[in-house]
Design a protein around this ligand. Structure first.
Ligand code: ATP
Ligand code: MG
Length: 468
């Protein structure tokens, strides 16, 4: 009998021998390591049960077509029909296919029941939240235990959440670990192109191409390294350096009366809203000292929340996303409801003379590219303490999302707008308007003035009389 396909010895063989006690498998690493081929074959393992249903998802239509071409070669007995394609095996088991270009891409499979989900190029999914929506369809109604197989290369928009979810670098690869919340097992299996002799033989030039890539893309795509993040925008940001205990920050000027204070605000209703509180010292050192982050608040409610946080501190200026000044009736609330207003978001947030809410709210400069450059510049690491510091524990969402930002593929000096960027946007708005205060004047107590006058007495006052 002819063998249609045989796993490459090493990682590919290993990943295909993982049993069904593991719920999520990430086969990730360098380009050309044989991940996609492994995925095609992994799915086939489920089809032994006639009632089996599988689902394959790729980023877009073209990518899916490529996967289907390979599947046609390896699923010799199956029938491929429909749009999107459904693959039916002679025993009745089925594999559905889909892609993520549609509007409701991530929720379109909710309510489905599939036993195996193959998520190709999972690193293209920017948010873990979306991934969680997708996997809600994976459950078993037959003898096949549910399992998810992800393939990914480092450096995509989903780099950070994959790194966290599969504890890459924290846990030993190729060893399953139990997620404490779900109680299910996950495993990360690395792959490199050197594990795929088939490609090395067929196209030796491909390795040469990977070797010729500039750093850090070369490390990501040739070596499959996750610790080097090819597309990361804020490369200089390092929590070990930019996050500081409040006591240490005070030694660098945090909390001085003389500092100027600002709030940057990004508005969102269904998407999160963010308010970032910051102050700047006369040495141009910025401290982020508070944050509001959430969803589904009326602008007035957000205004009230901000107002509460401002009690006892003087805010020089609040800078909002300029689109908050566009007339935007709150039509999501019934017109008769008490919160109903046809005022702009900014207007509602400001409050009125009876109840002022957000202090000194004005539209922020929305020059994105210069704004990001300004932020990255502040993060620059030199011998001095950094100029951008987050007070420990004060802005968890900003801290979480700064390292997740990647460059836009088409416009690398800008950020990819598909990511969770609300906190960084709010931060950018504030930073674009910082006015560095003058050097603080030393305040002297009465006793000190008296004491100093004894040490350096004023010269005697003279009196001149010009007349003889
Ligand atoms: N065991 C195998 N037997 C025969 N051919 C294989 C095998 N594994 C991989 N290949 C072939 O090697 C080439 C690269 O493999 P594959 O596309 O699976 O890599 P990949 O890791 O998914 O790459 P990328 O990171 O670019 O998506 C493909 O032509 C694939 O068909
Ligand atoms: Mg692939």
């Amino acid at each position: 009998m002819n063998t249609l396909w045989k796993a490459n010895p090493g990682p590919q063989e290993k990943v295909l021998s993982i049993d069904d006690s593991v719920y999520e498998i990430l086969y990730g690493g360098s380009r050309g390591g044989g991940k996609s081929d492994a995925g095609v074959v992994w799915m086939l393992k489920g089809t032994v049960d006639p009632s089996f249903t599988g689902l394959v998802i790729r980023r877009n239509h073209t990518d899916l077509r490529q996967w289907l071409d390979r599947a046609r070669q390896l699923y010799k007995n199956a029938k491929f029909t429909g749009k999107p394609t459904v693959i039916e095996f002679p025993n009745g088991s089925k594999v559905y296919t889909g892609h993520l270009k549609d509007q409701d891409a991530f929720s379109q499979f909710q309510g489905w029941s599939v036993q195996r989900l193959l998520l190709e190029e999972a690193g293209q999914i920017p948010r873990e939240e979306d991934y969680l929506k997708l996997i809600s369809s994976v459950r078993s109604t037959n003898t096949i235990k549910p399992q998810i197989f992800l393939t990914a290369n480092p450096g995509g928009p989903g780099h950070q959440w994959l790194l966290r979810r599969f504890k890459i670098g924290d846990r030993k690869p190729n060893v399953a670990f139990k997620d404490t919340i779900s109680g299910r097992y996950r495993i990360y299996c690395p792959a490199t192109i050197f594990d795929n002799p088939k490609l090395m033989e067929a196209d030796p030039q491909y390795v040469e191409y990977l070797k010729s890539l500039p750093s850090p893309l070369k490390e990501a795509w040739l070596e499959g390294r996750w610790d080097i993040f090819a597309g990361q925008y804020f490369k200089e940001f390092d929590p070990a350096y930019h996050v500081m205990e409040v006591e240490d920050a005070k030694k660098l000027g945090y909390g001085n009366d003389n500092n100027n204070r600002y709030i940057g605000i990004d508005w969102g209703y269904a998407a999160p809203h963010a308010a970032i509180f910051m102050e700047v010292t006369h040495k141009n050192r910025v401290f982020v000292f508070d944050e509001i982050y959430g969803k589904e608040l009326h602008p007035m409610e957000l205004g009230e929340k901000i107002n509460k946080k401002c009690q006892g501190i003087s805010i020089d200026m609040s800078l909002g996303d300029p689109s908050m000044w566009t007339r935007n009736p709150m039509s999501w609330r019934a017109e008769h409801a008490s919160m109903y207003s046809d005022a702009t978001i900014a207007h509602s947030m400001k409050g009125n003379s009876d109840q002022p809410l957000v202090p000194n709210l004005v539209p922020a400069n929305n020059d994105r590219v210069n704004g990001w450059r300004n932020m990255a510049q502040l993060m620059k690491v030199t011998d001095e303490p950094p100029n951008f510091i987050i007070i420990k524990g004060c802005a968890p969402n900003l801290l979480r999302t700064i390292p997740e930002q990647i460059c836009d593929e088409k416009k690398p000096e800008d950020l990819d707008t598909t990511l969770e960027d609300h906190a960084v946007d709010a931060c950018r708005y504030g930073l674009a308007h910082l006015d560095v205060p003058g050097e603080p004047k030393e305040r002297k107590s009465k006793d000190q003035i008296k004491y100093e006058s004894l040490l350096h007495p004023e010269p005697e006052s003279f009196n001149y009389d010009w007349r003889d």
